[in-house]
Design a protein around this ligand. Structure first.
Ligand code: NAD
Length: 278
């Protein structure tokens, strides 16, 4: 064992989270002593997030992941923001270091790495449609722009959510467009689609757009990972389209968190294989 790490996950309704197994198994492969536990705050609607962070620091935790609904609220309780957090206004990891609390966002590099691996060399070209402009969509659109696609079109059923996301990015970004004209206009024209709405989860069944309108060469990237096999992915595969499941982003953000916490490089292929067995 080359190090002892205690790491937490703060969020609501996270008792069945796959993060502990994902982090601890990979840390074991890396030869690390590593304990990862969930702190479910769902029964504590008036929780003092600052006090929770202090409790973890005092107990010797190295870091905590942060998930729904605290990704924005946690920013009021940290001392430092990474450049990505400053840009997106959202964090999913806080590193503790001698009284300093630094907020990071690993969803953006996690999705970027997963999509880059899926598309392969020179794959990030042409036009992409992103459906969904909420919390996950903030990180995925940033990753799409990082990867250098020629055009990124964002559509959300809620025009206010769409406008808010575009406002955050639009300065100097002529490649980023609103989904004016609706899905019917864009679906046949794009090289790929990123699906970033909750549609496809058990409580939101169905598909957010008509897969049959996509070109036969189009690819589909999903962010929903519960279930891993969504109706969208089933329909896309039935048409023979290339697909990336939501495990790509889930593993990518966990790997990037592990890297920031330990300074070691996790094996994302091994983590992905493990994720699919969970
Ligand atoms: P959110 O509520 O913040 O945002 C969802 C957005 O989708 C909203 O703006 C909403 O208006 C829009 N929307 C809903 N139905 C739509 C439809 N039919 N057409 C167009 N837009 C629609 O939710 P979120 O936090 O962004 O989460 C979305 C999904 O991403 C969830 O399933 C979540 O579990 C998943 N997620 C996955 C990862 C991962 O690592 N794979 C990370 C974060 C979130």
């Amino acid at each position: 064992m080359t190090g002892e790490y205690r790491v937490a996950l703060l969020g609501n309704g996270i008792r069945a989270s796959l993060s502990p197994a994902l982090h601890m198994t990979e840390a074991r492969h890396l030869g690390l002593g590593y304990e990862y536990r969930t702190v479910d705050l769902i029964d504590r609607p008036h929780v003092d997030l600052g006090a929770e962070l202090r409790r973890l620091e005092d107990a010797g935790y190295a870091a905590t992941n942060v998930t729904h609904p605290y990704k924005q609220a946690v920013l009021d309780h940290v001392t430092d923001l990474s450049p990505t957090v400053r840009h997106l206004g959202s964090a999913n990891l806080v590193l503790f270091d001698d009284g300093r609390r630094t907020a990071h966002n690993t969803d953006r590099p996690g999705f970027r790495a997963a999509l880059a691996g899926f598309l392969g060399d020179d794959g990030a070209t042409g036009a992409v449609l992103q459906v969904g402009a909420g919390g996950a969509g903030l990180a995925t659109v940033a990753a799409l722009l990082d990867l250098g696609f020629d055009t990124v079109v964002v559509h959300d059923a809620d025009p206010a959510a769409e406008a808010t996301l575009l406002d955050r990015f639009s300065a100097g970004r002529p490649r980023l467009l609103p989904g004016d004209g609706g899905l019917d206009r864009w679906l046949p024209r794009v090289d790929g689609v990123v699906h970033a709405t909750p549609v496809g989860m058990a409580e939101h069944p169905g598909v957010a757009f008509d897969v049959d309108r996509l070109a036969p060469s189009a690819w589909v990237a999903e962010v929903v990972y519960r279930p891993l096999e969504t109706e969208l992915l089933r329909r896309a595969r039935a048409r023979g389209l290339a697909t990336l499941d939501g495990g790509g982003m889930a593993v990518g953000q966990a790997a990037e968190s592990l890297r920031l916490i330990t300074g070691l490089d996790p094996d994302t292929i091994r983590m992905h294989a493990h994720f699919h067995r969970l």
